[in-house]
Design a binder for this molecule. Structure first.
Ligand SMILES: Nc1ncnc2c1ncn2[C@@H]1O[C@H](COP(=O)(O)OP(=O)(O)O)[C@@H](O)[C@H]1O
Ligand SMILES: [Mg+2]
Length: 249
């Protein structure tokens, strides 16, 4: 469904990604892990057209999207929920969900059905529809950010650190929602600092270090392998549990 081959990307003259290749097949959860600064967010931005690759090729659902503008990529069904929930905090939950379908024409019935699907995925949002988004907890805001993307019925959803700053029970809910989406045949590309938890729910995994993919394979194999540990060992020898920003408020 999504295939990136030999992608380079960066900021100005600074090259961040070097020769990155990844594949996400339909209905699979693929997790991308690596320490802070490894280039995970840069890769998602390269795939969603926010930061165009300087070389390499990206195809999605049979089309070359390497140089496609972000709106065309969204239209093709590749949605990116960026790090740090970008919501309209003063607007209601309902309005924020509406904003998710900006520019999209839906029949009354389709619209109703999509909102209903969102409510089934995140029942708490049904109860909070009229409240300002800014009044939601961090976890609920993350759910709302995902809900916004769901209004477009993505074929592939890229999530950048959805568990960041969430209480454990909410992390469970977000991960459970990701599993539900997979059951609905939505492919997921997940960037996650909660490495062990993410590897438990993922089908495939890629480990990034210094802008490169250092290893990839079935998530269970990656979880058991040595490369994962190596990727989280810094120059200062920091073990990965201090790297992972688990439980950060
Ligand atoms: N807007 C930016 N301008 C310049 N450099 C950036 C920018 N965003 C990220 N970087 C750099 O790119 C590298 C990869 O960052 P990022 O993709 O955010 O890593 P990750 O998501 O894995 O933590 C880092 O060295 C970071 O400092
Ligand atoms: Mg990041």
């Amino acid at each position: 469904m999504l295939s990136a081959s030999n992608v380079d990307a960066g900021y100005g003259h600074v090259r961040v990604l070097e020769n990155v290749s990844i594949d996400v097949r339909q209905g699979r959860i693929v997790v991308l892990v690596g320490r802070n600064g490894a280039g995970k967010s840069t890769l998602l931005r390269a795939l969603s057209g926010l930061n165009r690759p300087t070389s390499g090729k990206v195809t999605f659902d049979g089309s070359d999207i390497t140089t496609a503008p972000p709106n065309a990529i969204v239209k093709a069904g590749l949605l990116h929920v960026a790090e740090g929930r970008r919501l309209f905090r003063r607007q209601s939950v309902a309005d924020n969900i509406e904003l998710g379908r900006y520019g999209l024409r839906l029949t009354e019935q389709d619209h109703h059905w999509r909102v209903e699907c969102i409510h089934q995925l995140f029942p708490i949002l049904r109860e909070k529809m009229e409240l300002p988004a800014g009044s939601l907890s961090g976890g609920q805001q993350q759910m709302l950010a995902i809900a916004q993307a769901m209004m477009r019925e993505p074929k592939l959803l890229m999530l950048d650190e959805p568990s960041l700053g969430l209480a454990p029970v909410l992390v469970d809910q977000v991960l459970a929602a990701i599993l539900t989406l997979r059951a609905q045949r939505v492919a997921i590309l997940l960037v996650e600092q909660m490495v062990e938890r993410a590897l438990e729910i993922a089908d495939d995994a890629y480990v990034m270090q210094n802008g490169r993919v250092i290893t990839s394979g079935p998530a269970a194999e990656i979880a058991a392998g040595a490369a994962l540990h190596a990727a989280f060992m810094g120059e200062h020898g920091a073990p990965h549990h201090s790297e992972a920003r688990q439980g950060r408020p």
